[in-house]
Ligand binder design. Structure first.
Ligand code: ADP
Ligand code: MG
Length: 246
């Protein structure tokens, strides 16, 4: 049954926290329960994603219900889509098509420890956003320069970045994160180690909106990093996906 905590045949999933939402057995179930947009469903299908992985089946409902999440799941289990889908769903219609576009600004930030990973995440967003006019920016020196203009900045919906890049723009006053509603730390174990910690903390502090949702994703979590992560989250749900046992 669905309360066994073992929905996926090859994964052992445990979830801890208050009022843990029911996992979703299929992407269609997400449409029924959370009105996941047909557009996202179509992009999942055209990319050959037929069934959610363990972290997706458990993590997506949690994020769609607006809860904070600490997700631990091995490399290659599809952690990227587990947050990409809820972020795009929560953004709703692309800003460019909305009447009140001006002054909206960045509403989702994804941090990654390396440029290469940020690039991969950006690509996954573009695949899932195909056919919609969201502005999804891979933050770099060049893109940061184009966003010094406030009008250009207000049109951006999602930023994917390494911490250092983002902190540089915060410090020189060319970036504002006060309207961010979703913040994701991918490979959070690395983002919370000594190299990045103070930068990440500065970014978290700049995301000052009271109804911000935060999520951390990692394959592993040393105790120290996990404690830091849990302190950043509000009433979080913690999911652990076990290794495939074959
Ligand atoms: P992780 O971040 O956990 O290491 P990724 O998000 O990089 O994993 O995904 C690993 C691979 O699995 C990618 O090629 C991705 O496109 C693919 N993938 C993700 N979700 C699914 C799914 N539901 N069905 C099939 N393939 C998937
Ligand atoms: Mg990953």
């Amino acid at each position: 049954g669905s309360s066994s905590g073992q929905p996926m045949p090859r994964h052992r999933v445990t979830a801890k926290g208050s009022n843990v939402p029911e996992h979703a057995e299929s992407f269609e179930a997400l449409k029924e329960r959370y009105q996941l947009s047909s557009h996202i469903l179509a992009n999942l299908s055209s990319n050959g994603f037929k069934h959610p992985t363990g972290i997706q089946s458990h993590g997506i409902p949690i994020l769609l219900e607006g809860r904070d999440l600490a997700a631990i799941s091995p490399t290659g289990t599809g952690k990227t889509l587990a947050y990409t889908i809820p972020i795009l769903q929560c953004l709703g219609a692309p800003v460019a098509s909305a009447k009140s576009a001006a002054g909206t600004g960045v509403r989702a930030v994804i941090l990654a420890p390396t440029k290469e990973l940020a690039h991969q995440i950006h690509n996954e967003f573009l695949r899932m956003a195909e056919g919609r006019k969201w502005r999804i920016v891979l933050f770099s020196k060049a893109t940061a320069a184009t966003l010094t203009d406030k009008n250009a900045r207000d049109k951006v919906d999602i930023i994917v970045s390494t911490p250092l890049r983002l902190v540089a723009s915060l410090q020189n006053g060319t970036l504002e994160l006060s309207n961010v509603r979703q913040l994701v730390l991918d490979e959070a174990d690395r983002l919370l180690d000594a190299e990045f910690l103070s930068q990440v903390q500065e970014i978290v502090a700049a995301c000052s909106h009271t109804s911000i949702q935060k999520a951390v994703f990692s394959a592993t979590f040393p105790a120290g990093a996990e404690k830091l992560a849990m302190e950043m989250l509000r009433d979080p749900i913690r999911i652990v996906v076990g290794l495939k046992d074959t």
